[in-house]
Design a protein around this ligand. Structure first.
Ligand code: F6R
Length: 241
């Protein structure tokens, strides 16, 4: 595991974007695993700038996103599909048909996890999977649990996740209670993992993830078993290590 320490969020975004961009430069038809949330926003901005300067093309790239809220569609500003369209896809030359997010409006919600898992597998292993870190140690929406869930599945969100994500909604009541998420196995199949972590609020959980036991109660701890993980974190997030 490599840890890249940065002074602040801007430097974190630059360093992480350079890693993502190098994957696409070396393999223009790369399969990118993407994440939403506040952590990767700066990184996506840098990727858009690189595209505008003609340094990077997404024309042949395929993407798979980690997760989506159950019940939210692409037009809903809080959906992760909307987030990806507006924070990255609409600004670069990617073919939207090759961008994949679980379908929050799937007619048969019971079958959606298996459909998405099969789709991701059919595309091969992610050349790189981008992750943020939840305050409770979640990756994707794999919440603390007694076991690690391997494949894409439907989860009930942890109260701390609802609390953390309510900033994007009018109130906590409006945060959906359920989400589809890639499983820990879906994530760990990636050839390479890039995690971005910023801010003091993540310092405790980042330290526990790196130093504590590998435990499904802290899902991100499983990343220690992956052979190619890079964590780009600012000094505030690394302050408890
Ligand atoms: C987002 C996701 C989540 C976030 C995590 C951190 O697609 O799967 O695991 O990465 O909740 O969120 P932020 O970056 O908003 O702190």
């Amino acid at each position: 595991m490599r840890i890249i320490r940065t002074e602040d969020y801007d430097e974190l975004s630059l360093r992480a974007a350079e890693i993502m961009a190098s994957v696409v430069t070396l393999k223009p038809d790369a399969l990118l695993g993407l994440a939403t949330g506040s952590s990767p926003l700066g990184l996506y901005k840098v990727l858009i700038e690189k595209y505008r300067r003609g340094e990077l093309s997404f024309a042949k790239v395929t993407t798979v996103n980690l997760d989506e809220y159950v019940g939210l569609g692409p037009e809903d500003e809080q959906s992760y599909r909307y987030f990806m369209d507006h924070n990255l896809f609409c600004h670069v030359d990617i073919d939207r048909e090759r961008t994949h997010v679980p379908d929050g409006l799937a007619a048969d919600g019971e079958k959606e996890p298996a459909r998405y898992e099969a789709l991701v597998r059919s595309l091969g292993r992610q050349d790189i999977q981008l992750l943020g870190l939840g305050v409770d140690g979640h990756i994707g929406f794999n919440e603390p649990d007694r076991v690690f869930h391997e494949d894409t599945h439907c989860v009930s969100l942890d109260p701390s996740t609802i609390e953390a994500n309510k900033r994007f909604f009018a109130s906590a009541e409006e945060v959906p209670r359920k989400a589809y998420t890639m499983g820990v196995g879906t994530i760990m199949r990636a050839k390479r993992i890039l995690m971005v972590v910023n801010g003091e609020a993540k310092a405790e959980v980042l330290s526990a993830m790196l130093k504590g036991p590998i435990d499904p109660m802290l899902p991100a701890s499983i990343l220690r078993l992956h052979r190619d993980v890079t964590i780009v974190a600012d000094k505030a997030a690394l302050s408890k290590l």
